[in-house]
Ligand binder design. Sequence first.
Ligand SMILES: Cc1cc2nc3c(=O)[nH]c(=O)nc-3n(C[C@H](O)[C@H](O)[C@H](O)COP(=O)(O)O)c2cc1C
Length: 188
Amino acid sequence: MNILLTYYTRTGCTGKLAECIAKELKSRGHTVSVDRLDVKKRQSKWTLLIRQIHQYPLVGLALFSKSFRRWWQKHYFQPEDHIVSPAYPDVSKFHHVCIGGPKWCYTSYPIARYLNQISGLENQNVSAFATFGGPPLKVLELDLIFMPMSNQICHAGGRVTCTLGLSSNFHELHLIWIFRLLSWIIFR
Ligand SMILES: Cc1cc2nc3c(=O)[nH]c(=O)nc-3n(C[C@H](O)[C@H](O)[C@H](O)COP(=O)(O)O)c2cc1C
């Protein structure tokens, strides 16, 4: 298969995962074109946080109420970042597209912009992958990253056939101790 693997990484974790995926796909005989996205202007980690921190109380509420979560998934505010033009702005010639990035509460801002601006996703099979600092908790981590990504991909006409989420055990904002505590409480 002719596969496009597009990813964004800020601190390198998702980049390492993307390299492993590309290597594995190539070893299985696929042709892989890799597109590493970049932002036009790199913002500080605090700016990234401030752009969405007002939503955190509602994210907390969404963890406890399924019906609110369903509503919130449709109405939360997704920030975006300007990205340098992707190497493949039209992805229609590929048989499969893999798209990955870090979890920034929801979809990372550069990936959200990418999903809004690429063309050719109609009827494409898409795999989504992500890294996050915390443990692989279903609602807090996996659903909060893959539901918004899947919604955007479906909105562009694509079909999510597979997701892969991996904990990097790293958090640039020094919040990793909260996740380690959660991990210890839940998984021991
Ligand atoms: C603004 C921001 C928000 C983040 N939000 C989360 C989060 O909600 N949950 C989590 O586990 N990690 C969160 N992280 C940590 C990253 O998802 C994690 O470190 C990821 O592996 C980084 O990937 P990268 O090295 O490819 O950029 C956040 C990081 C930043 C900068």
